[in-house]
Design a binder for this molecule. Structure first.
Ligand code: AMP
Length: 408
């Protein structure tokens, strides 16, 4: 549906065209699940900043904005360690208007503050997950939330793959539901990849285990021209192809599915590309002995922790000719500087392809972190904010939060 990208009508329906919230109260789901340190100070406010365009647009349109989010996993109990209060303070620094804060989400404080909210004002509710009704998608909790606003906007792509009260249950109570600007951008970029991506379309998938990426790999076969693999997952492929992998990561439960992927790739129009060499080490440590070997020559007792230089050259050549790129998952243990080279080279190649006009999308926590740490994030067309959600989307699954919006 939406994921076809071709579905312009759907994007129109979810977008802000014809949306007139003036004088009303918009209940808006945001993703303010930010990292906090021991003193409960926010260590990265990217997610708060990402919601600003939609909040500001709604304020400009003359709405009062009631924001709701989860933070961490308080498991349905009030736990001040997970209070959204620090987020309200940070948000107040970033917005041109004061930010009110309700000490609950559907209780008396939220009801009182929401009922008094005026156009142009902002109210943030306390952590939704202090109430078990949120993750249970409870009808009563959904109704309680919905009662606070007149219109609903969902800008939390990162939680769109969860059927919770604030993403799904609540939508049943509104005549008008829209996607926020951040959500719209996610749907446009990811939707285009699965719909009308310009060829050559290259997907590059890495990360630790095959099991986490199987559905994405299977869904992309036949949709992308070239599917490049890297990271720990390649060793399961190499072993299935009869090679010795030493002490490298082996995802034993995935050997059957690796055979299936290999077979399907042969039958599809997608070229599946595996590394030809890798960096091996004796131990999982930055200080370990290491050397570069062909994937056919991995010595006993050594583990592969990054792709090798011949592979890097090959992958960069492929990426250099791409018009569309989707990248998820590091090529090696990029957290250790000795094994970050493959990920850095690939990231740079994605940025260079983008400089030359390719459309590039990076999704998933670790590849996003790598792109940011290595200084290439600004040169990527779109960095997806939702790791789990973007993978579910790329695996071709319906995201309950999007389906609920679209069905209103
Ligand atoms: P994922 O969450 O599945 O995308 O996996 C990301 C993790 O994969 C990172 O923490 C990397 O350190 C790890 N990783 C990448 N390559 C390897 C490898 N060759 N061996 C072990 N772990 C790896």
């Amino acid at each position: 549906m939406v994921r076809d990208g071709a579905n312009v009508a759907m994007m129109k329906k979810l977008g802000f065209e014809g949306f007139d919230p003036a004088g009303g109260k918009v209940l808006m789901r945001v993703d303010f699940n930010v990292p906090l340190d021991k003193e409960r100070c926010i260590t990265d406010d990217t997610r708060i900043r990402a919601a600003l365009p939609t909040i500001n647009r709604l304020l400009e349109l003359g709405a009062g904005v009631i924001l709701m989010s989860h933070l961490g996993r308080p498991k349905g109990r009030i736990d001040q360690t997970f209070s959204l209060r620090p987020v309200a303070d940070r948000l107040a620094d970033l917005l041109p208007v004061p930010v009110k804060f309700a000490q609950d989400s559907v209780g008396p404080d939220a009801q009182k503050k929401a009922s008094k909210l005026q156009p142009g004002e902002v109210l943030l509710l306390e952590n939704l997950r202090f109430n078990p009704g949120e993750t249970d998608n409870d009808a009563g909790f959904s109704a309680g939330l919905a009662g606070l606003g007149d219109l609903y906007v969902n800008d939390a792509f990162g939680t769109a793959h969860r059927a919770h009260a604030s993403t799904v249950g609540v939508t049943a109570h509104f005549n008008e539901c829209r996607a926020g600007l951040l959500m719209q951008r996610e749907l446009e970029f990811l939707g285009t990849l699965l719909g009308k991506a310009e060829s050559p379309f290259v997907a590059i998938l890495g990360g630790a285990k095959v099991s986490g990426k199987v559905d994405v790999i299977l869904n992309l076969l036949g949709k992308v021209d070239i599917l490049i693999l890297g990271g720990g997952m390649i060793f399961t492929f190499l072993q299935v192809h009869g090679m010795k992998i030493g002490t490298s990561l082996l995802d034993e439960d995935s050997t059957d599915v690796v055979k299936e992927i290999t077979l399907k790739a042969k039958e599809s129009s997608t070229q599946l590309v595996l590394p030809v060499d890798c960096i091996v080490a004796k131990e999982f440590s930055d200080k370990s002995d290491k050397k570069e070997v062909l994937v056919t020559d991995i010595p006993d007792g050594w583990m592969g922790l990054d792709i090798g230089s011949k592979t890097v050259v090959r992958y960069c050549e492929i990426l250099n000719g791409a018009r569309t790129v989707f990248w998820n998952g590091p090529m090696g243990v990029f957290e250790l500087p000795s094994f970050a080279g493959g990920t850095r080279a690939v990231c740079q190649a994605v940025a260079e392809a983008t400089d030359k006009g390719a459309k590039s999308v990076v999704g998933g926590g670790d590849s996003v972190a790598a792109a940011q740490q290595m200084g290439f994030a600004e040169r990527i067309s779109h960095i997806s904010t939702g790791g789990g959600a973007s993978l579910e989307f790329m695996a071709g699954r319906d995201l309950p939060g999007i389906t609920a919006l679209a069905n209103v």
